[in-house]
Design a protein around this ligand. Structure first.
Ligand code: TXA
Ligand code: MG
Length: 318
């Protein structure tokens, strides 16, 4: 089990074909075992070994791989990927990361690597090796320090098993960029959350409270700003109002603001377009913790309906 940099965030990787290795990842993160992991591969041909890699997947992969795009596909009969990885679903999420260290790790390991983001379940994602050391250090065997993750926000998760592709999680590739390649996407429905078990209402939570759409800090608050109008003493995600730069800084600034003393964190409005959608998605989930103080594992999105089927062995046995 090794934490490693990708272009999006640090991942906590293990041999995707090994039940005990994958179980250790769930245990180290404190992640519910019905929340499936992404399988990291070198390229489309490696992805096609374990998934029914259809035409839509091929088109999207040739446009965006290696890169921050995860494709949800039907698992191939006879695939060696551990059932724990897919949380009892008949699909697998695969992605080819665009980072030289991640690519070399897949080469050296000689197997697909299952990896969630390397943060404790429900907490802020890591974009620096130090974030991983601080949050998970004693729980994991090794951390490869590759510096800051350039994209800074997780991959876009796209389900390509249906007639129209559907975005299950906004991320490093914008909806606009995806639609330019494959045309219209399925409209998210109330039931679509069922297909994306990891889409929790509350996630990415700082310890301090988080207030969104703020224009100034209240006494005791740390302000995360955006754009040329942000106060000079704020942590400015992008003084020029550049959403790519803001995405790259988001988690590092949340980690930094969370280390300040005081009453809470306030964040200025971010435009809801392009990468702004992924940034706002993470901020809304991070702020949602204020509504409930229960354990993150209990806080499922009400729209999900009943929990996804779980046919897995108890990971405690490992
Ligand atoms: O950028 C990223 O995607 C990072 C880096 C490390 O690659 N990884 C990451 O993994 O964000 P994680 O585990 O934090 O988020 C994976 C998301 C979850 O929302 C999960 O529910 C969803 O992908 N997912 C995984 N397998 C799925 C499947 N078979 N069907 C639907 N959603 C799936
Ligand atoms: Mg995560």
């Amino acid at each position: 089990m090794v934490a490693f940099p990708t272009e999006t965030v640090y991942g906590l990787g293990a041999d995707a074909t090994s039940d005990p290795a994958v179980a250790r990842v769930f245990a180290a993160k404190g992640r519910p075992r019905f929340d499936p992991l992404i399988v990291h591969v070198k390229n489309s041909s490696m992805a096609a070994v374990d998934t029914e890699f259809n035409d839509k997947a091929a088109v999207l992969a040739s446009a965006f791989w290696p890169g921050p795009l995860t494709l949800v596909l039907k698992r191939k009969a006879g695939s060696r990927i551990s059932q724990l990885v897919s949380g009892g679903l008949e699909t697998l999420a695969v992605r080819a990361p665009n980072h030289p260290i991640a690519q070399e790790l897949i080469d050296m390991a000689g197997c697909p690597i299952a990896a969630p983001s390397a943060n404790p379940f429900g907490r802020i994602s890591p974009t620096l090796a130090r974030h991983v050391v601080d949050a998970l250090g004693s729980n994991i065997d090794m951390i490869i320090d590759g510096g800051a993750c350039p994209v800074g926000i997780e991959s876009t998760v796209v389900d390509v098993t249906g007639a129209f592709p559907a975005i299950l999680r906004p991320g490093g590739i914008s909806a606009e960029a995806l639609e330019a390649i494959v045309g219209p996407f399925a409209t998210p429905t109330k039931t679509s959350a069922l297909h994306s078990p990891g889409t929790l209402q509350r996630h990415y939570s700082p310890v301090r409270s988080l207030r969104l759409n703020a224009h100034a800090a209240l006494p005791g608050e740390t302000l995360i700003g955006f754009g040329p109008d942000a106060p000079a003493d704020s942590l400015n995600l992008s003084p020029n109002g550049d959403l790519t730069e803001a995405a790259a800084n988001l988690f590092a600034f949340l980690h930094a603001a969370d280390r300040h003393d005081g009453d809470g964190i306030a964040v200025m409005p971010i435009p809801e377009a392009g990468l702004g959608r992924a940034i706002n998605d993470r901020l809304r989930r991070a702020a949602a913790r204020n509504d409930s103080e229960s354990d993150p594992g209990d806080d499922w999105n009400d729209e999900r309906g009943p929990q996804a089927p779980c046919i897995l062995p108890d990971i405690e046995e490992y």
